[in-house]
Ligand binder design. Structure first.
Ligand code: ADP
Ligand code: MG
Length: 533
């Protein structure tokens, strides 16, 4: 005497099914993520009422994925809270269908489908991307509940009847359409489950075998995780990469939720510093591996996992760009990276080589972000000709205090400026070795921040009297009684044709260099800048 209810789902769009089917053609596989996360939600809901109502359930909770090749069906089964007939009417017929409708109307005109980060929001209805017909069999946890069976072909008519189901929970049965039979293949299913469900907090089983890691490292307490475990996790995420330079374990629940482990990678030539490398999760459900909005631009190389359960994920990326949460996440990341660098910088010897890998990003960050600058202002490291291989600016200036206070001598090309380096070495001056592109900008920035510091390249027209010259070194030249300076001035003026050329003759004490051309620092920088522009 099974009573069958045939009904119409009241949504405004006549038939969203064709749109859904066409939509996100290449992203069909996300249906599995949606169904598995609904199953996980259903178990969490049951665990919650279990706690609140003291139901004394002691089940082994899991989500099972099974295929029946002959029938052409894929089943997602959970032993969660289940649904009564009324709940199916409400949550599936009304809410799931109308939210799918809303989702479609919101995004159907979007040119770039990838803009919807993680494509959240489609939910249960995404089953119709791959199935001609979907069945639900469910038994609610509620006492005396009766099993229900619902089926629908994606159109607005459905069928609902009571159904003898022995175990509490829900089965979602998909009758896969002809062009999606790939999802009957265990290998293909495994691949999709690995991608989206690898870190879900409950066992996800494919043909009885658990495929996920229910307790991803980021969900643990940082103090209980060893360095070796962090490295192991990294190697699992990026099997081809070299070990990272350092990592940060985020475990924040106030003022917002953010968990995760981010790694600063070793920047090999193959590493793409312009791509986004962080995997974004929402309560351990994989969402996207492009979440560049969340990362400050200067930290783009960061790798690892972020789990941001509070983020409104069913929004476009342009929306994310104006989302205040996103700013806060960026600030937290910048702050934590700065903190880690401060910690590492305590030991200059081990920090030096790390610095060489990260310095471009740190300098870029300091120029972009005042807070980041303030935290790291005294941690900037330079390679030096001094006794130690690395020095901070403060330490350099301290040593230079007597001989050339506030002046920082640097070379931008050790090979090309070798004679000058020799000259400076002979005079006992310490020289910083800059060579990176960013340094020409960065030293201007440092000069702007500290008005009493001036950088002078070693071929600069450095202030008189700095180089150690022999007294009375001016020598008269030849017959017409000109000084050697005047004679050389005239000579070089003719051959070099340089406006404002000045020739100075001085005998440098202990120097094996016959002569050098010195260029005014500011003029040279200005010329380089205009040329670069
Ligand atoms: P969302 O998960 O965002 O709420 P969905 O469209 O995925 O939206 O699901 C709609 C609703 O259907 C859920 O909120 C839930 O109430 C119900 N539901 C879906 N799948 C299950 C399930 N496996 N067990 C119990 N309820 C479910
Ligand atoms: Mg859902």
């Amino acid at each position: 005497k099974a009573k069958v209810e045939q009904g119409e789902i009241s949504i405004h769009t006549e038939n969203i099914f064709p749109i859904i089917k066409k939509w996100l053609y290449s992203e069909h596989e996300i249906f599995l993520r949606e169904l598995v996360s609904n199953a996980v939600d259903a178990i969490h809901k049951l665990q919650h009422v279990n706690l609140v109502e003291g139901l004394q359930l002691s089940d082994e909770y899991a989500v099972d994925i099974e295929v029946d090749k002959d029938a052409g069906t894929l089943t997602v089964r959970d032993n969660g809270i289940g649904m009564t007939a009324d709940e199916v009417r409400k949550y599936i017929n009304q809410i799931a269908f109308s939210s799918a409708e809303e989702f479609v109307s919101r995004f159907k005109d979007l040119e770039d489908k990838k803009q919807i980060i993680g494509h959240f929001g489609l939910g249960f209805y995404s089953a119709f991307m791959v199935a001609d017909k979907v069945e639900i069999r469910s038994l609610s946890y509620a006492e005396g509940a009766e099993g229900v069976h619902w089926s629908c072909d994606g159109s607005t008519s459905y069928e609902l009847r009571s159904f003898p189901k022995a175990e509490r929970g829900t089965d979602i049965i998909l009758h896969l359409s002809d062009d999606t039979k790939e999802f009957l293949e265990p290998a293909r299913l495994r691949e999709v489950l690995k991608r989206y469900c690898n870190f879900l907090p409950l066992p996800i089983r494919l043909a009885g075998e658990t495929i996920n890691d229910c307790e991803p490292l980021w969900s643990r307490t940082p103090s209980e995780v060893s360095d070796e475990q962090y490295l192991e996790f990294y190697r699992k995420l990026y099997p081809l990469a070299e070990d990272p330079l350092f990592w940060i374990h985020l475990n924040i629940d106030f003022p917002f939720n953010l968990k995760g482990i981010v790694y600063f990678p070793r920047l090999t030539n193959e590493f793409d510093v312009t791509a986004s490398h962080i995997k974004l999760f929402c309560n351990q459900v994989f969402v996207s591996d492009d979440c560049r909005e969340l990362i400050p631009e200067f930290l783009t190389p960061l790798q690892g996992c972020l789990d941001a359960p509070d983020l409104p994920l069913n929004v476009s990326r342009s929306y994310l760009q104006n989302e205040p949460q996103v700013r806060k996440i960026q600030e937290v990341l910048a702050g934590r990276v700065a903190g880690k660098i401060v910690e590492l910088a305590k030991d200059l010897e081990s920090f030096g080589p790390i610095w060489e890998d990260i310095h471009t990003f740190v300098k870029f960050g300091m120029m972009k972000d005042e807070k980041f600058y303030k935290k790291l202002a005294d941690k900037v490291v330079f390679r030096t000709t001094g006794e130690e291989k690395y020095t901070t600016l403060d330490a350099y200036l301290e040593r230079a205090k007597e001989k050339h206070a506030g002046k920082v001598f640097y070379t931008s090309d050790e090979a090309a400026q070798a004679p000058y380096l020799k000259l400076f070495a002979d005079q006992g001056f310490e020289v910083l070795k800059l060579e990176a592109m960013i340094d020409s900008h960065f030293i201007q920035f440092l000069e702007m921040k500290n008005s009493e510091v001036k950088f002078e390249r070693i071929d600069a027209d450095i202030a008189d009297g700095l180089l150690d010259t022999e007294a009375g070194s001016e020598i008269a030249s030849g017959k017409d009684q000109k000084t050697l300076s005047e004679a050389l001035q005239e000579f070089f003026g003719k051959v070099l044709d340089i406006k404002g050329l000045k020739v100075r003759v001085e005998a440098l004490r202990d120097a094996a260099v016959p002569g050098v051309v010195l260029l005014n620092e500011q003029t040279r920088r200005f010329k380089e800048m205009t040329r670069a522009m």
